[in-house]
Design a binder for this molecule. Structure first.
Ligand code: PLP
Length: 358
C-alpha cells in the first residue's frame, strides 16, 4: 500500500545500516555475515535494505518462504536461508527461487525436492525448532542417506544471549560444539545472533547472523553506542490548542491538565505502532525539547502537553530515533515493557518509509 498523504515518516539511513555491518565485521574479523531481513527487515524494508547491503554481506535470511521470494523478486541474488519449516506446499519454491531450506525435523528430508540445498538446525536450548543434540549421530546418517539433497550448513540459536555473562549461553555454545563434531565436512557453521555477537567473545564459528545489530540496536538492555540506529520516525503536530488546568485528555480520562497550557495532537497512534502501553510515559521531541505524551494512546492520535510553549501547528515531532535527544527504541522498549525487536516490528505500513543513502 502506497501512502499518498502520510501522517508520519520513517526515515531510514541505508548507509548507517552498512556502517553497522562494517562495525560488526571489524569486531568479528574473518567471519561471514548473514543479514536477517525477516518481517520486512524489522519494518525497515527488506528489499531496499538487502539491495543496499548485498555486496557487503554473504547471506540473507528470512522467517518464511514468502519473505524470501520477495527478496528474489526484488532482485536479490545472494544466498537466502529460510529459517522456517518446509512444507509440501512450499517445497517447489525453494527450487524455483533458489532458496536454502532449514531442516529441523526428520520429516523434512522427504518433503524437499531433489538437489535442494539446506542447513540443519539443532535445538541447543532455544526450545523452538531443531533437532535435539542427542540425535546428532542419527541426523548425520539421514543426511548421508539423502544425497539427493545438499547440506550446505548447520546452525543453532541462542535463547539468552541478550544478557552478557548468562551461563546458559556457554551451555548452549558447548552443546553446539559437541553437535558439529558429527558434521566436520559441513562447510558453514553458525550460531551467533546480534546478542551473542556483541556481548560474547567466544568462537563465533564461520558466520554471525544479525538483524537488530545492523539496524543499530543491541538486543537486550545493554546499549552499545557504537551501533547507530538507522530509523527515525517523524510526524507533524496536527493541532495545538489551549487547555485549562483540570481538563481531561483522551480515553478513560487517564490524564488531567496540571496547569493551564498548550496541548498538541499528533496524528500517530497504536494503528501506526505507538504501543498503548506507552500511554502517559512516552516523550516526544519537538523543536529540540522533550515533551510528555499525555492521556491514553489512541489508534490514530497521541496528545502531548507543551506547558507554556505555544509551538506552531505543523511543527515537526520526532517520535523515535535517538538523534538530537529523541527517545530511541531502547527507551520505548524499557518504558513500554517490551523489547526493541517488538518496538520496530510494530511499526505499520501506515508509516511511510523514506530512504537516504548518504
Ligand atoms: C531473528 C533471528 C536472528 C536475528 O536476531 P537478532 O537479535 O535480530 O540479531 C538470528 N537467528 C535466528 C534463527 C532468528 O530467528
Amino acid at each position: 500500500m502506497k501512502n499518498h498523504f502520510p501522517n508520519s515518516y520513517a526515515e531510514i539511513e541505508l548507509n548507517t545500516i552498512l556502517e553497522n555491518i562494517n562495525t560488526l565485521k571489524k569486531r568479528l574479523p574473518g567471519k561471514k555475515v548473514l543479514s536477517v531481513v525477516k518481517c520486512d527487515a524489522y519494518r525497515h524494508g527488506a528489499v531496499r535494505v538487502s539491495k543496499h547491503l548485498e555486496e557487503h554481506v554473504d547471506w540473507f535470511a528470512t522467517a518464511n518462504v514468502d519473505e524470501a521470494i520477495q527478496l528474489r523478486m526484488g532482485g536479490v541474488k545472494k544466498p537466502v536461508l529460510v529459517f522456517g519449516v518446509p512444507r509440501y506446499e512450499t517445497a517447489a519454491a525453494y527450487q524455483t527461487h533458489n532458496l536454502t531450506a532449514t531442516i529441523s525435523h526428520k520429516t523434512h528430508f522427504d518433503i524437499l525436492m531433489d538437489s535442494t540445498r539446506y542447513h540443519l538446525n539443532f535445538d541447543t536450548g532455544m526450545g523452538r525448532l531443531g533437532f535435539d543434540p542427542s540425535e546428532a549421530e542419527e541426523v548425520r546418517q539421514l543426511a548421508v542417506m539423502h544425497q539427493r539433497l545438499v547440506c550446505s550448513g548447520i546452525y543453532s540459536h541462542f535463547a539468552t544471549a541478550d544478557d552478557p555473562g548468562h551461563p546458559f549461553v556457554t551451555e548452549q555454545h558447548n552443546r553446539f560444539k559437541e553437535v558439529i563434531k558429527y558434521f566436520a565436512e559441513v562447510p558453514l557453521k553458525h550460531m551467533s545472533n546480534t546478542g551473542a555477537s556483541t556481548n560474547y567473545d567466544f568462537d563465533h564459528f564461520d558466520m554471525f547472523r544479525t538483524g537488530l545489530g545492523m539496524l543499530g540496536y543491541n538486543s537486550g538492555e545493554t546499549r552499545h553506542d557504537w551501533l547507530k540506529p538507522a530509523l527515525t520516525w517523524k510526524s507533524r503536530l496536527a493541532q495545538v490548542r489551549p487547555i485549562k488546568k483540570g481538563k481531561p485528555v483522551s480515553y478513560t480520562s487517564s490524564w488531567k491538565a496540571t496547569e493551564d497550557g498548550w496541548l498538541a495532537t499528533i496524528p500517530v497512534g497504536y494503528g501506526d505502532g505507538v504501543p498503548r502501553s506507552l500511554s502517559n510515559r512516552l516523550k516526544v521531541l519537538i523543536n529540540g525539547k522533550l515533551y510528555p505524551q499525555v492521556g491514553n494512546v489512541t489508534m490514530d492520535y497521541i496528545m502531548v502537553f507543551l506547558g507554556q510553549d505555544k509551538v506552531p501547528a505543523d511543527s515537526e515531532a520526532t517520535l523515535l530515533g535517538g538523534k538530537e535527544g529523541a527517545w530511541n527504541a531502547y527507551d520505548w522498549a524499557e518504558h513500554g515493557n517490551t523489547n526493541v525487536h517488538e518496538v520496530l516490528t510494530n511499526i505499520t505500513p501506515r508509516v511511510e518509509k523514506v530512504y537516504t543513502d548518504f
